[in-house]
Write a protein that binds this ligand. Sequence first.
Ligand SMILES: [Zn+2]
Length: 376
Amino acid sequence: MSLSARLLAASALALGLAAAPAVAQDARTVREAEQLRDRALRDNVAYELVSELTTRFGPRLAGSDSEQASARWGADQFRAMGFDNVAIEEFPLALWTRGEASVEILSPFPQSLTVVSLGGSIATPAEGIEGEAAIFETYQQLLDQPEGSLTGKIAVVLQDTVQAQDGRGYGATSPVRGNGPTEAAKRGAVGYVLRSLGTHDHRFAHTGATRVGEGTVPAFAMSPPDADQLRRMIRLSDQPVRMRLFSTAGFTADSKSQNVIGEVRGSGAPDEVIVIGGHLDSWDLGTGAIDDGAGVAITAAALKLIEDMPRKPRRTIRVVWWGSEEVSQPPPAQGLAGARFYAASRTAEMANHVAVSESDFGAGPIYSLTLPAGAA
Ligand SMILES: [Zn+2]
């Protein structure tokens, strides 16, 4: 149901843009959209794609062998579905690997926390980093500290992510992860630990990318229950919290990633392009079924349904399975390496891109549609 709902939105967009203004054409377009909807509700292609992708390749960290193999598989799927101009477009990528990570409380109540390194984080020295924790309930409290005030300390931010259907809670806490380590470093901190972004209450830590470059410190996310544990510790004891951080994360090799591209050529205005797609890479800690196996599968299945219509779309509809959406890269670029490469290698064609979208928000039912100004 939910996959089909996503797919319908993409299909309706494509058909709507293909419609001629005449009333008879409108009626025909509506009828075709209804047929597409009905076929989508019976169709299981998207589910089969995401199931096979995640089973066959598991985690698909950007620049890994697994991501590269999944791209070759993806191109084979596109060819088997009969898409036009199927291609794998490679680009260079600095490979980040997670290695080992640990955070231990040394006092007042010694114990290990459940943590992961943030994506793009640097390593600690081999002996780790030991220091007193400067603990903040909110990110703003950290930002309010003057430069130099955290010298030698480990900055810890306990801020909760607020649950919201449209993800605005996650949007609000994203800077805590993206910019937190550099803001902590500016104030003299030697390490950074945050409460995992997310509203889950199980004892997994959530990775996600942080900014890469000079002037940062080793950065970790702890699971939400571990953040709550720290809250209780500072209520129970007047002693400062001391911690030891250890991580071997870092950029370890020059590698490559790639975008996988296929399209259905337009029948009337083939040079005008509508891009749909999702990102093929995932973090290394899961198989990325939702983020973003769902997105790549939904959009490819939508294009297949459109391709199978008796009437071809007027414009070209292109599906792109983006490479390396998740990981940050060293400056000047940060995230979205695949999208940046796509745009940079098509500057002359950009004016012909009529609409571009990415499906990267899971596979639940559609609850709203918002278009940018001028979308009509
Ligand atoms: Zn994503």
